[in-house]
Design a protein around this ligand. Structure first.
Ligand code: SER
Length: 603
């Protein structure tokens, strides 16, 4: 059978929806415009939020496109057959035009249509619908349409919000119940009783129709939208794979050339499961990194926001390359393949290829230096041990904690020296560490202000205000490089390559004092680090954060307008009314490229 290309699927999708009176819209940047709720475009709907909320779209009420997307919440899962951090999404939208019935009919026709469509056999398909809860009733309406089209009842699973609800990755905005379409990828023929609710592993999700009929507010309420919308997203990699009967996304023409390029750099057999896993991680992560670097927004690896995600992707790819014996700088060679493969569809990759390669190479060299230091330490510790002895858990943990060595890498180094590793001990240290930091956070949380003198707490909150004011008035890229608070004053270090002007200092003071006089409130929420990032929280996202973090938001409780949002241990005041008058005492250089501000709160 001739391989069906991803280009065919992409074009066929657009043509199908154009024939159903949809206008094709341009793919957006990977970095969302004016949307502080997410770091990356995670779905084609992001740029459409204002229109889903009621604004008129210049291209009409029926739209379609293909969109580059990044999702990092499942980064640890990458390496299996289907998970990806970068993928392309095919989407069609109704902005207050058609709703459930037509959307499902379009989806079904495109999936199964022989002339116009993909011609997938109905018996290989199953769907899920929303089971219903206090916010929204069970979606019998969607199920009824599926049944009418020929999906038998036993292939329709009803699932709760965790599966069958879609909202933007941020915390608020348009959302609603969805109905997802799955293709059977199990080994046996689809069993009569099998569906995505009962046999998750055997069914691969390929498309999602969201019925956007609510707006989630800042208080977590679901308000009915006046306008009912449809937002759909079909995964190009997955759909191309199942159409060809492949058992993983990495066999498609979207990933295979890159995988093969990476595989050519190791002497190990790509079929060995551990090698295959590392190659898949390298393929996915460097494809994602190439697209982020190639985006017009000019993101570079760093310790904050998109730059942090980019750094994490590149470094993870490098670690896995090491695991399979790739020692030389290799990221550029993989990225060259990505550019070559995708420049026809995404011309920005070609335009920015120089930048992509330079940034990758620089980050690779930088990371290797940290790795070298860790390896140096490991070798020193290991040399004190005899063959066959066990490396104490504490050393394994230090390497993990201070040098970002994953367990497998320390294991590999130990193996070379014929040493064992205390894996159990390492795991219990890790657990202990996670529990301690969680407990620490809880205790602080419970203890609140009583543990800290009032004035340091107030200065702590003032530090967040100062950080945000500097970002708004001086430079958006400013972040907290260091902070030190005594009962008398705050000290704040931030990167900037010049002195602040007297005018800037005055404006920063004024903005902080204006927010204080507005009496904004400080809200706290505990959430996963990924969610915090997605919510646009400031903070240094590195390995030292345990799974859950505290996010402090300074906002106007009436209008819900957010002034600042930061990941922070706290504590903070509840209302800015308690702060007094903010005054900057001094602005000076603290190190090359770092400025230091000392400031006080006067009663
Ligand atoms: N926004 C929905 C999703 O990402 C449909 O595109 O699944």
């Amino acid at each position: 059978m001739k391989e069906v290309s991803s280009d065919f699927v992409r074009e066929e999708f657009i043509e199908f929806f154009k024939s159903k009176k949809h206008s094709q819209i341009q793919p957006a940047s990977l970095i969302p415009e004016n949307d502080p709720t997410v770091l990356f475009t995670t779905a084609g709907m992001h740029p459409l939020v204002p229109f889903l909320l009621g604004e008129k779209h210049p291209q009409g009420k029926r739209l379609c496109n293909f969109q580059k997307c990044i999702r990092t919440q499942d980064i640890e899962e990458v390496g299996d057959a289907w998970h990806l951090t970068f993928f392309e999404m095919l989407g069609n939208w109704s902005i207050g035009d058609y709703f459930k019935k037509e959307a499902i009919e379009f989806s079904f026709k495109f999936l199964t249509g022989k002339k116009k469509g993909l011609g997938l056999p109905v018996e290989m398909l199953a769907v899920t619908c929303f089971i219903g809860d206090k916010d929204c009733p069970k979606d019998n309406e969607a199920a009824k349409v599926w049944k009418k089209l020929g999906i038998p009842a036993h292939k329709i699973a009803f699932l709760p919000k965790a599966q069958n609800w879609w909202g933007p990755a941020g915390l608020t905005g348009p959302c609603g119940p969805d109905s997802e379409m799955f293709y059977y990828v199990g080994k046996e023929k689809p069993l009569k009783k099998s569906n995505p609710g009962t046999d998750e592993k055997d069914w691969c999700e390929i498309w999602n129709d969201v019925f956007m009929q609510y707006n989630k507010t800042n208080e977590g309420k679901f308000e009915e939208l006046r306008q009912k919308n449809v937002d759909t997203g079909m995964g190009l990699e997955r759909t191309t794979a199942v159409l060809n009967g492949f058992s993983s996304a990495f066999e498609t023409d979207l990933l295979k050339p890159i995988f093969d390029q990476a595989a050519s750099l190791t002497k190990l057999q790509p079929e060995i499961p551990e090698v295959q896993k590392s190659l898949r991680i390298i393929t996915d992560h460097l494809r994602a990194a190439t697209f982020i670097l190639g985006d017009e927004k000019g993101i570079s690896p760093s310790n904050v926001d998109q730059g942090y995600v980019l750094r994490r992707l590149i470094r993870r790819a490098i670690r896995h390359a090491r695991l399979i014996g790739i020692e030389e700088n290799f990221t550029v060679r993989v990225a060259q393949k990505v550019v070559e493969r995708f420049k026809g569809i995404y011309p920005e990759l070609d335009k920015n290829h120089q930048r992509i390669f330079e940034e990758l190479d620089r980050e690779e060299t930088r990371f290797k230096q940290t790795l070298e230091k860790g390896i140096h330490l490991a070798e020193k510790e290991f040399s004190a041990l005899q063959k066959g002895e066990t490396v104490p858990a504490k050393i394994v943990f230090d390497l993990y904690q201070s040098f970002g060595f994953p367990l497998e890498m320390t294991e590999e180094l130990a193996r070379e020296k014929r040493l064992e590793i205390d894996v159990k001990g390492f795991e219990s240290l890790l657990l202990e560490h996670q529990e301690l930091s969680r407990k620490g956070a809880e205790q602080k949380f419970k203890g609140g202000l009583s543990d800290h003198s009032e004035s340091t707490t107030a200065l702590h909150t003032a530090t967040h205000l100062l950080n945000e004011a500097l970002r708004r008035i001086v430079d958006q890229n400013i972040f907290q490089k260091g902070s030190n608070i005594t009962a008398e004053r705050l000290r704040f270090d931030f990167p900037l390559d010049r002195k602040l002007t007297a005018e800037e200092i005055k404006k920063v003071e004024d903005l902080v004092n204006q927010k204080i006089s507005e009496g904004l409130t400080v809200e706290i929420e505990v959430m996963g680090v990924e969610k915090a990032k997605a919510a646009g929280a400031q903070g240094v996202f590195d390995a030292k954060y345990s799974d859950s973090v505290k996010v402090y938001t300074v906002l106007n409780s009436e209008t819900q307008e957010v002034f600042s949002r930061e990941i922070c241990g706290g504590p903070h005041v509840k209302s800015l009314k308690e702060l007094g008058k903010f005054r900057i005492l001094k602005e000076e250089s603290s190190a090359a490229g770092i400025r230091r501000i000392k400031a006080v709160l006067e009663k």
